[in-house]
Design a protein around this ligand. Sequence first.
Ligand code: SAM
Length: 245
Amino acid sequence: PGTLYVVATPVGNLEDITFRAVRILKEVDLIAAEDTRHTRKLLQHFGIAKQLTSYFDHNKNLKGEYILGKLAAGQAVALVSDAGTPCISDPGYQLVRDAAAAGVPIVPIAGPCAAIAALSASGLPSDAFVFEGFLPSRRKKRLDKLASLKNEERLLILYESPKRLQDLLGDMLEVFGERQIVVARELSKVYEEFVRGSIAEVIASFAGREVRGELVVLVAAASSVAGCEGDSVEALLERYLFAEK
Ligand code: SAM
């Protein structure tokens, strides 16, 4: 069979694409894209003229068969989504699963992912984290989900739309109580912004302005005290009790 390349593309700034991603996109026989118009613009920017086929949530069964057929016939196929890494709050999982089951080699071409970019610059303890993507948009389900995450001992990473940010933060304050959070907005774009603080502080900082663009919400773990994780008891004592005045 051919090879299925799972190719990460920029989440904003086009300079974030990797050399390897550009080469693979040039070399493959077919590119399966979430939105072909969107991906065509990306390809144009890098001077790549390539056959595109759409692969998104509502045609994934039919298109999956078609793409598996191409792979079985020995073609190299690249899977891309509109932004970032395929399969991360984006289509792709079923195709990768089925291709793997059919014995097709799967090669990840790693690169941008909004969750990881946000985490890396958040300043929150990042040793252990859980990614939940988008929480349910219906309030009841969202509250239930938050309740189930209340005692999570790892940092929580969420995606949210700007329209729902304040509702999410309000619900979070209600269910979790105060926590340190970071909202990362418009990563790698012109208006990139990190808002850090307690949930109430971040709510206040977004109040009275229209929230725009794309967002990642990071929530410190229930038990964490920012800056101390991983330190031994001795190190903590050293820092807080024996620190020079
Ligand atoms: N596959 C993508 C990835 O690897 O990050 C995520 C796709 S998901 C459909 C889109 C969501 O990702 C947005 O609603 C936002 O929460 C987050 N996102 C994508 N690009 C972003 C950016 N430049 N800045 C902040 N968040 C972003």
